[in-house]
Design a protein around this ligand. Structure first.
Ligand SMILES: [Fe+2]
Length: 195
């Protein structure tokens, strides 16, 4: 029985320089919608008709939707939790991993910006435990392009709903705002918890 609780991020209102309360409030509402859909889908799966073929059964349709709702839930939680507005510096551990993976911190930031321009969905900064490197991925919707076997260190929501109220179609300025408000302590904790 799934009962994922909607997390309250209202403490962020007024703290994120460059993101208005109206923008954040709208985004919290969309996040809540994903949580509710995730619960609705998992409940519906308990009794869904399974008989049929690959093209369609109520069960298969719900299974395809489940990952969208779950990732929509989880990625938004990562996003709001790595966007505290606290001015922090990256840990030396994380910074040196970035430098060995990208060549320099500046190249890492350039890569985040290029990735953001390349997706209508998400930019994810991950730890690849196989290659032992930090990497960047773009994800469409909430699930298309999600890399297998990687730990997410930073989530950047590039859906237009994340910035339209404040920035219209100016995604580049929104990305700069995001980077000014990332809590690198949270990213560093996620990174160090993997070791
Ligand atoms: Fe979003």
């Amino acid at each position: 029985m799934v009962d994922h609780k909607v997390k309250d991020y209202s403490h962020l209102k007024g703290k994120i320089k460059g993101l208005s309360e109206k923008q954040l409030e709208a985004h919290f509402g969309l996040y809540k919608g994903y949580v509710n859909k995730y619960i609705e889908i998992t409940k519906a799966l308990e009794t869904a008709e399974k008989a049929g073929n690959y093209s369609y059964t109520p069960y298969s349709a719900l299974m395809r939707a489940k990952v969208v709702a779950w990732n929509g839930t989880f990625l938004h939680e990562l996003y709001f939790e790595n966007l505290t507005g606290s001015k922090t510096e990256p840990s030396s551990d994380f910074k040196s991993a970035v430098e060995s993976s990208f060549g320099s911190w500046d190249k890492f930031v350039q890569d985040i910006k290029a990735a953001a321009a390349s997706t209508p969905g998400w930019v994810l900064i991950t730890w690849n435990p196989v290659e032992k490197r930090i990497d960047t991925y773009i994800v469409f919707e909430h699930h298309i392009g999600l890399p297998a076997g990687q730990e997410i260190l930073l989530a950047l929501d590039c859906w237009e709903h994340a910035f339209m109220i404040d920035y219209g179609t100016d995604k580049a300025t929104y990305v700069n705002t995001f980077l000014d408000n990332v809590d690198w302590n949270i990213v560093g904790e996620r990174f160090s918890s993997l070791k």
